[in-house]
Write a protein that binds this ligand. Structure first.
Ligand SMILES: Cc1cc2nc3c(=O)[nH]c(=O)nc-3n(C[C@H](O)[C@H](O)[C@H](O)COP(=O)(O)OP(=O)(O)OC[C@H]3O[C@@H](n4cnc5c(N)ncnc54)[C@H](O)[C@@H]3O)c2cc1C
Length: 485
């Protein structure tokens, strides 16, 4: 008789390229799929509202997909280790399989789980299902961690290509019989105030939603990505981030699907410099890089990677922070981004950089405030990517955009949203403002504004900060920081 195994699912809600599942199937095990809701183990970075919305729907889609294999997902709420031990006792399971996660609190938890399961006579088996390469497998020639992206990515192109993804098991032998499961609704993942109502039509959480999104991108976006990824009004990016975060698709699946579309391979199998898919592959490596940093310097979710910045003179500026959160700063491109975030749970990367720069370098508000807001409102909120993105923009992280490089909303608008389509889409009160003034309406004459139906300070705010004066102030503070070295 085949033995019973638990496949402990965390953020790997898929059947294809699921190394833990494939290993259990290869061992001929009868499988019990389990999701344990244990947000407390994530300590101060428990998933926020938007991510929980995604999680709810992802769990629902995963359960439906298991049902097609005559299997089901057992949902439990509580401490991971206690729940696993209890489940092994209830069912007679003798092994637990899972794919690893890399947040510092979860690494610590999983170490304890592994040890305690072994001590209880239950075999623990863990795998890499979430990254192209795990953080400890890539290091500089002297064995230390990478601190700069470019040499890190160069290393990827010297190493053999990431392994091919695993096929979904043709047959899963379900060991689930009469095991108690919490109803999904009991986890309380959906918001009580329905601020998420627009998400439903926009996103399709789950493995098939991820596959559809990837196909769309391969068909329409991947070759133009190198150019169009910076235009927030177009569909120039893949929008795969929430699917990747919840493991509805693996980075290896995406990597190889994109590689298959590329041409111009070099001798070692990698795309050469002229291959138009290269810019996209490099973004997947950025994701690994963020995990590399968080793994080696776990404090970066809360403290600056560059310790000098511990003494930076941040301001407590609630007026700026609140205006920024609500998309009411009076700086159109920032407001467009913050409203896109609130209404869709996602924001374009170029605009993420801009809004983060304006908050930290013009508002002089601590980057942690911004990271916390993103954490609660992003459907793709990822501790590694979010911490790296915020610190990079604030100038205190790896590969830091040095502090003196301050994004100008007007210049960003001119370069990447020339006709103002993005601003018009998300800030409809400015829809009638001519393109020449759309990114700086405060410089337009009253006549131009009144023709467009805009009265600054009444139906659209005046800028909440003086961009030029705050820029100078930020540079002064940076200078003081350097002088104090
Ligand atoms: C301040 C700030 C905060 C951010 N917070 C997050 C976050 O919480 N979660 C998150 O997934 N990304 C975050 N990013 C990175 C990036 O903005 C998003 O990954 C990207 O916008 C997601 O959209 P996409 O899937 O269409 O990306 P694409 O451009 O299609 O890229 C494909 C994939 O590559 C990865 N990727 C792309 N850019 C980056 C990057 N700069 N860093 C790390 N990985 C990257 C993502 O997994 C993404 O899904 C942040 C960036 C900044 C500047």
């Amino acid at each position: 008789m085949s033995k019973l195994a638990i496949v402990w699912c965390h953020r790997d809600f898929r059947l294809t390229d699921h190394p833990a599942l494939s290993a259990a199937v290869a061992e001929n095990k009868k499988i019990i799929f389990v999701y344990i809701h244990d947000p407390e183990s994530e300590q101060s970075w428990q998933p926020g509202g938007a991510a929980n919305w995604w999680l709810h729907h992802s769990l629902k889609a995963f359960s439906a997909s298991l049902a097609k294999h005559k299997a089901s997902l057992v949902i439990r709420y509580g401490d991971s280790l206690e729940t696993l031990l209890k489940l092994c006792e209830e069912t007679g399971a003798t092994s637990v399989y899972w794919n690893r996660l890399y947040e510092p609190a979860l690494i610590a938890r999983d170490k304890v789980v592994k040890k305690s399961l072994s001590e209880s006579g239950i075999e623990p088996h863990s795998f890499n299902g979430a990254l192209l390469r795990e953080p400890w497998t890539v290091s500089k020639d002297d064995g230390t961690m990478y601190r700069v992206y470019t040499p890190f990515s160069r290393k990827y192109f010297q190493l053999p290509e990431p392994e091919l993804p695993l096929e979904a098991p043709a047959k899963i032998s379900s060991g689930h019989k009469g095991i108690d499961s919490e109803p999904l609704e009991e986890l309380g993942l959906l918001p009580s105030i329905p601020w998420d109502k627009q998400f439903d039509g926009l996103w399709q959480p789950g493995e098939s939603g991820a596959a559809i999104q990837l196909d769309l991108f391969l068909e329409h976006g991947v070759f133009a990505y190198g150019v169009e990824r910076d235009w927030p009004a177009t569909d120039g990016v893949s929008k795969l981030s929430p699917h990747l975060h919840f493991g509805e698709i693996s980075p290896r699946q995406i990597w190889h699907a994109v590689r298959f579309h590329g041409d111009h391979a070099t001798e070692n199998g990698f795309p050469d410099a002229t291959d138009k898919t290269l810019p996209y592959l490099k973004q997947l490596i950025w994701r690994d890089f963020a995990h590399h940093i968080l793994y080696h310097v776990p404090e970066t979710s809360d403290h600056p990677f560059n310790p000098k910045f511990k003494n930076f003179e941040w301001d407590r500026n609630d007026a700026v922070l609140h205006a920024w959160q609500r998309g009411q700063t009076g700086i159109p491109l920032v407001d467009a981004g913050m409203r896109q975030l609130w209404q869709t749970g996602w924001m374009h990367n170029r605009i993420r950089m801009l809004v983060a720069s304006v908050l930290t370098k013009n508002g002089l508000v601590h980057w942690h405030e911004g990271a916390t807001w993103f954490w609660d409102t992003l459907i793709d909120a990822s501790l590694a990517n979010n911490s790296m993105g915020w610190q990079w923009t604030a100038g205190c992280g790896v590969d830091a955009a040095p502090y003196y490089r301050i994004f100008s909303p007007a210049r960003q608008g001119e370069r990447f949203d020339k006709d103002g389509a993005y601003v018009r889409r998300w800030v409809p009160e400015l829809a009638g403002v001519p393109s020449k003034h759309i990114h700086q309406p405060w410089l337009a004459s009253e006549e131009v504004l009144s023709k467009a139906g805009v009265i600054l300070g009444q139906n659209y705010p005046k800028p909440v900060v003086d961009l030029s004066a705050t820029r100078k102030e930020a540079l002064e503070r940076y200078k003081r920081l350097r002088q104090a070295e």
